[in-house]
Write a protein that binds this ligand. Structure first.
Ligand code: MOS
Length: 766
């Protein structure tokens, strides 16, 4: 299929991205690209201590740098910015730590000053010349540090639930086969290629913010609250985003600082934070620890599952991902117990990072399942089959659809799983020990209330407007495809506008909801257009479609046609309704969201419904992942030549962009197991591998074959178009599949990520 085909678009077609040309030619404008004459440049100074307070800031040397215009510190900012609540407490902020509101320092790398100058170089020079004195206290760096505060999730948040059923303790004691093990996952940073930037410009009392954002309406409303101004006076523009993965989902502290700086100076101000500052001024994936206990009977049926977990967070914020929602519902099990606690330490507040709960919580579960399979001497795929279920075990709710075992069946064939000799260390390729591992993935199918405006002109062009976000996933393309298919137009005739608070609001791009939320409301608007035109045609004397049921008429290839294909030109049919264009604004409130969801959406406060949070059913996408690994017999070097993911995620809107998205997920999953980890110098509570040279990520040579197979799955319950969402499905479980493959290759079970060859040195060489 070529992009120039003037054929009807079908949902699922493997079309190229409609924004591809704009991106490769540089026409696409990212957060720091607005065309602003003579901006003031900002450079951040960040704290070198993790805990304590600032005793003195000597800025004389900094102010002496030619071009430096102003320096913001707590001494001159103090109450300039109003406190706004943390996201999980109903606010807009990704952290409640307010830099420059007091001399207090909560974490290393906290913003302590903003230097403003006529050039980037002068601002940076000024920041380096600030002499900041601190009274420092010994920080509690994280797990096991003195002075951390451990709080059960149920005490930290009213909404928190620890899924539980039956008597897991007794069932575990009675089970003939058991696994009892501890696991951990490291701190990780998203590191989107686009740095964290903010540009603000005021025109009288109106503020425009250019910042790459996964939630423009939330940024607008949150920033207005921080500045104490009417939200209608704030516009947020974010048409293109150079990667996000959750790091641009909530408002961070830098934004209001730049807005205030622009107001003080009466000039636009632009901030481009450095890569290392990005490790502490935005969010990251928190370090976690898990204790899993599985009890099974002799044929592998789970009788007991206990999942206890701990997550590190900052001092003030109860950030918690609680992946037990998923881990307690993946398999049938009559006795389940879970508990999540958070550990407050002297760190910046963590936040969403691609599949925030499922990546760290399925690692221990899917590792433990592999350990159970080994204990039972059972094939790990068969163990999953024995425990497959169509209802979740906690409330007994039915899965709307679940094709987990179909994914495993397809995957075992495509991966030739049968060649696997189950004995660890039994498969060799010269000096390399070969390991084959697998794991399940699951991700909640979630939707939010959404709005969109669609217009169709007489000449057969359409425009879709909605303040949704394309974080690099292909949202522009699938939204255009939806309108093209419904309006019977070639893709080239549809334009899409996203990422601007002047547009009708849509949910934030989080929780893999965008395609489901937005394409469904766009389809609804298109349906209203169709109904208007079809109604007119079915009752018009001069129409070839007169007397036909309007519901049977549809747009196809620039015409309005009946079931037999006969009909009339689009323009002819449309002229009965308009002499210009038909424009429809539509709202959609999906199953499970509160009735006031649209009103809330306009205030930038959306909630997603779905996953395990519904009262009447449970909706998830599933997949099976397979990893082939090589561990060198002597050096213990680990290579990952092949990873395969088979996914079933409802209707796939574009086979090409979906495949790319899931392939990226698999690569990230392997990366999460073998490469990524932000290291902390615990003496100082400071991250030290804060650049892309030392924060390891895989390159092409690290994963030569990343393969994706998409199984067709129809789910008519979840939403009209049957879309589940795929953004975060691909990188869940992969870390466990890697660890399971390491075990199969070497007989060594690694329960702490990332897996490094030093963990395999000194282990018995099989
Ligand atoms: Mo995502 S971590 O829901 O952007």
């Amino acid at each position: 299929m070529t992009d120039t085909a003037e054929a009807n678009v079908r949902l699922g077609d493997p079309l190229n991205r409609i924004d591809a040309q704009a991106k490769v030619t540089g026409a696409a404008r990212y957060g720091s690209d607005p065309d602003i004459a003579r901006p003031v440049f900002a450079f951040l100074a960040v704290s070198s201590i993790a805990r304590g307070h600032i005793t003195r800031i000597d800025d004389r040397q900094a102010r002496a740098v030619s071009g430096v215009l102003d320096i913001l510190t707590h001494e001159n900012m103090a109450a300039a910015i109003r406190p706004v609540k943390f996201i999980s407490e109903g606010g807009y902020m990704g952290s409640s730590i307010m830099p420059l509101s007091s001399p207090r320092v909560f974490h290393a790398g906290q913003i302590v000053a903003v230097v403003l100058a006529d050039s980037f170089e002068a601002a940076r020079e000024g920041a380096h010349r600030l002499a900041i004195s601190y009274a420092d206290e010994t920080p509690s760096a994280g797990f096991d540090s003195e002075g951390v505060e451990v709080v059960p999730g149920a005490d930290a948040s009213k909404e928190h639930q620890d899924p539980k059923i039956g008597d897991a303790e007794a069932a575990f004691a009675a089970a003939p086969v058991k696994v009892d093990a501890q696991y951990s996952t490291p701190t990780q940073h998203h590191n989107p290629l686009e740095l964290f930037t903010t540009t603000c410009a005021w025109e009288a009392d109106k503020l425009t913010l250019w910042e790459s954002s996964q939630n423009v309406h939330a940024f607008k409303n949150g920033l207005a609250q921080q500045l104490g101004i009417n939200p209608e006076n704030v516009r947020v523009i974010s048409p293109y985003i150079g990667g996000a993965f959750g790091s641009r989902g909530s408002l961070t502290q830098r934004t209001a600082l730049i807005a205030v700086a622009a107001k003080r100076l009466g000039r636009p101000v632009k901030l481009v934070a450095s890569r290392d500052q990005g490790f502490t001024i935005a969010s990251y994936r928190a370090e976690t620890r898990h204790h899993i206990r599985l009890g099974a009977d002799k044929d592998g049926k789970l009788q007991s599952l206990t999942h206890e977990a701990f997550e590190v967070t900052s001092r003030p914020d109860p950030y918690m991902v609680s992946g037990t929602d998923a881990s307690t519902r993946l398999y049938a099990c009559p006795n389940v117990s879970s508990k999540v606690s958070i550990v407050h330490a002297d760190r910046s507040t963590p936040g969403f990072m691609r599949a925030p709960p499922e990546v760290p919580y399925l690692f221990p579960l899917e590792s433990a399942m592999d350990e159970l399979a080994a204990a039972l001497q059972m094939d790990p795929v068969e163990l999953r089959r024995v425990n497959d279920t169509k209802t979740e075990p906690i409330k007994g709710l039915p899965y709307t659809s679940r094709s987990l075992m179909q994914c495993f069946d397809k995957g075992t064939k495509a991966f030739d799983w049968q060649r696997r000799d189950p004995r660890p260390g039994s498969m060799r390729d010269g000096d390399w020990l070969v390991g084959l591992g697998c794991a399940s993935t699951m991700y909640p199918t979630q939707m939010g209330a959404a709005t969109a405006r669609v217009s169709l002109t007489l000449s057969g062009t359409a425009k879709v407007q909605t303040a949704a976000h394309d974080i690099g996933t292909g949202a522009y393309t699938v939204i255009a495809m939806t309108a093209a298919e419904r309006l019977g137009l070639p893709i080239q005739k549809v334009t899409v506008e996203l990422g601007d608070t002047e547009l009708p609001p849509a949910p934030g791009a989080g929780g893999s909801n965008t395609t489901a939320s937005v394409c469904n409301v766009v389809a609804k608007a298109c349906e209203e257009i169709r109904a208007k035109v079809a109604n007119a045609a079915s009752s018009a004397e001069d129409s070839k479609l007169k007397g036909q049921d309007q519901k049977a008429l549809r747009f196809s290839a620039g015409r309005l046609v009946g079931p037999d294909g006969a009909g009339e030109e689009l323009e002819t049919a449309m002229r009965r309704v308009t002499n210009g264009a038909i424009e429809i604004y539509a709202e959609n409130t999906p199953h499970g969201v509160k009735p006031d969801a649209i009103e809330k959406l306009y205030q930038g406060a959306q909630t997603l419904a779905g996953g395990a949070k519904l009262q009447d059913r449970i909706q998830f996408a599933f997949g099976a992942e397979f990893v082939e690994l090589r561990v060198h017999r002597i050096t213990r070097e680990i290579r990952c030549p092949r990873v395969l993911g088979v996914f079933a995620a409802g209707r796939i809107m574009n086979m090409k962009t979906a495949t790319s998205q899931l392939m990226g997920g698999l690569i990230w999953g392997v990366s999460s197991a073998l490469h990524e980890g932000t290291e902390m110098d615990r003496r100082y509570g400071r991250f030290y591998n804060t650049d892309l040279a030392e924060y390891l990520i895989p390159v092409n040579a690290d994963i030569p074959a990343a393969e994706v197979i998409l199984l067709p799955e129809e789910d008519h319950e979840i939403n009209e178009l049957g879309i589940k969402g795929i953004g975060e499905l691909g990188n869940v479980g992969t870390n466990a599949a890697v660890a399971n493959a390491v075990f199969h290759a070497t007989g060594v079970r690694i329960r702490n990520l990332p897996i490094r060859l030093e963990q395999l040195l000194g282990t018995a060489s099989i």
